[in-house]
Ligand binder design. Structure first.
Ligand code: NAD
Length: 468
């Protein structure tokens, strides 16, 4: 009998399988009861639903959507909403699980959740997207999968402030008079209850994560790199919210952006690119290809194999696989996207001694600042508003005391630069920086205590499991 060549081919592990494989690897280093481990690993609830929308030509389209709450151990649950034609239930569950571990790592007291609508947003008008988003919000509200103390969505791939404002508005209409209604979603525009710095938070957090990793003289020596961010050559995949801001902040802190990859192809310039110029050029021409001074790479994925120090995948999952891992030239993989590295690739990177700064920690800046936004909404006061004058007055008193003690008068300019004017952005950014530094050191310390764990990802999962 003829056997089809594909008949006995086992399907590639899914993203969900990969997250569970990382969990299981770390669980070997934990002393938890197996039943408890199973409870931590299991997704608690998933709401899968479809709804019809009438499009411009009068035709009805049925749209599939999900909201998964991975852990109710801490409430509310928290996690982004993704608009992608590739989304499915398994992907949403994988992303929700990562959120649980991520929140535990950065000490944000939420359980993990995630949502998705299976659409390619570029195929819809703004008005249609608004209708889809509002309908989605109605559906998850009906089943109690949204609420300031229940489950709090945020932006993810394919969504941003605009979608979050539609969600907040719909929820507000359904819950008239509910004092905390604005805290039902984060990542909102500033004028609608958002917080300064949330848009940039994931990218900024990635820069803090990389800076912290590059501060270790021992780790940099092992990798054959110099200490510090200065001069590090970076390649970024995905010029969306995460990739754009990570590129911007790393470049502003001395790194050189040598490569950028988007859907249509990639560009390379060893002298350095500027992400804002690339975005502007792409807006004008419809492509990043053809940027003056840069070399075009027609197959976008080839950019992952460019000569660089740091590779920053910031698009989608499963882009670094057992197939391309041996050819990756970067010494550091900074995971901006969720799940960019498969366990096969991870194994290769471990054997080759690369430093992988894992998604579960590296891209936690977004949820950290979402937590600040949620707190701001619940307290009904802008961060810094209550104590700004008091802090400035205290600084003034200190300066006067120094003047009296030393006999030296500060100039007006010196006074102004020494007095702290704590605005919301400064408070958010300093809270974010502190969170990323503390979490990195906790993971690094975990690896020092258990070197047999072998890498930062496993150490991060061990820390997360211990706290979940
Ligand atoms: P986004 O939609 O703003 O941007 C994604 C970008 O990737 C787009 O520009 C898209 O064109 C590009 N892209 C898609 N496929 C590509 C490919 N094959 N090659 C190159 N580029 C490609 O999404 P985002 O919010 O930046 O999210 C990106 C990743 O970061 C996702 O994995 C998401 O889960 C993760 N993440 C996002 C946040 C957040 O705050 N937005 C927080 C944590 C993690």
């Amino acid at each position: 009998m003829a056997v089809s060549p594909t008949a006995d081919r086992t399907p590639a592990p899914s993203f969900e399988d990969n997250v569970n494989a990382y969990f299981d690897r770390a669980a070997r280093f934990c002393r938890h009861d197996p039943g408890l481990l199973e409870q931590i690993r299991t997704c608690n609830s998933v709401y899968a639903f479809s709804f019809p929308v009438r499009l411009g030509d009068g035709k009805i389209e049925v749209i599939q959507a999900w909201r998964a709450e991975h852990s109710h151990h801490k409430l509310p649950t928290k996690g982004g909403i993704r608009y992608s034609a590739q989304s499915d239930e398994s992907e949403v569950k994988a992303l929700a699980a990562l959120m649980t571990y991520k929140c535990a790592l950065v000490d944000v007291p939420f359980g993990g959740a995630k949502g998705a609508i299976r659409i390619d947003p570029s195929r819809y008008t703004v008005e249609q997207l608004e209708r889809i988003t509002r309908r989605y919000t109605h559906e998850i509200d009906r089943k109690q999968f949204i609420g300031p103390g229940i489950d709090v969505p945020a932006p993810d791939y394919g969504t941003g402030e605009r979608e979050m404002s539609w969600i907040a508005d719909t929820y507000g209409q359904l819950h008239t008079g509910e004092l905390q209604a604005l805290a039902c979603v984060t990542g909102k525009p500033i004028t609608e209850g958002g917080i300064q710095g949330r848009r940039e938070a994931t990218g900024r957090g990635l820069m803090y994560a990389l800076s912290e990793a590059c501060r270790s003289a021992d780790d940099m020596r092992t990798l054959g790199l110099s200490v510090g961010l200065e001069g590090k050559r970076i390649v970024v995949q995905g010029l969306g919210n995460v990739g754009y801001h990570a590129a911007k902040f790393c470049r502003e802190h001395g790194a050189v952006l040598v490569g950028l990859a988007e859907r249509e192809g990639a560009i390379f310039n060893p002298k350095g690119l500027n992400e804002a110029e690339v975005v502007e050029f792409r807006k004008r021409t419809g492509s990043i290809l053809g940027l003056p001074g840069a070399t075009d790479i027609l197959r976008s994925a080839d950019a992952l194999e460019l000569d660089c120090d740091v590779l920053l995948p910031a698009a989608l999952e499963n882009v670094l696989t057992g197939e391309n891992a041996p050819r990756i030239k970067a010494k550091v993989i900074l995971e901006g996207a969720n799940g960019p590295t498969t366990p096969d690739a991870d194994e290769v990177f471990r054997e080759r001694g690369l430093l992988v700064i894992p998604d579960v920690y590296a891209n936690a800046g977004g949820v950290t600042v979402s937590y600040f936004e949620w707190l701001k909404n619940l307290s009904h006061v802008r961060l810094g508003r209550m104590d700004r004058r008091r802090e400035a007055a205290a600084d003034m008193r200190l300066l006067s005391a120094i003047e009296m003690a030393t006999g030296r008068k500060f100039s007006e300019r010196e006074r102004q630069s020494l007095v702290t004017v704590t605005d919301e952005a400064a408070i958010v950014n300093s809270g974010l920086e502190d969170t990323m530094i503390v979490a990195y050191q906790e993971i690094r310390d975990g690896l020092r205590r258990q070197p047999e764990a072998g890498d930062l990802r496993t150490a991060a999962f061990v820390t997360a499991i211990t706290r979940s």
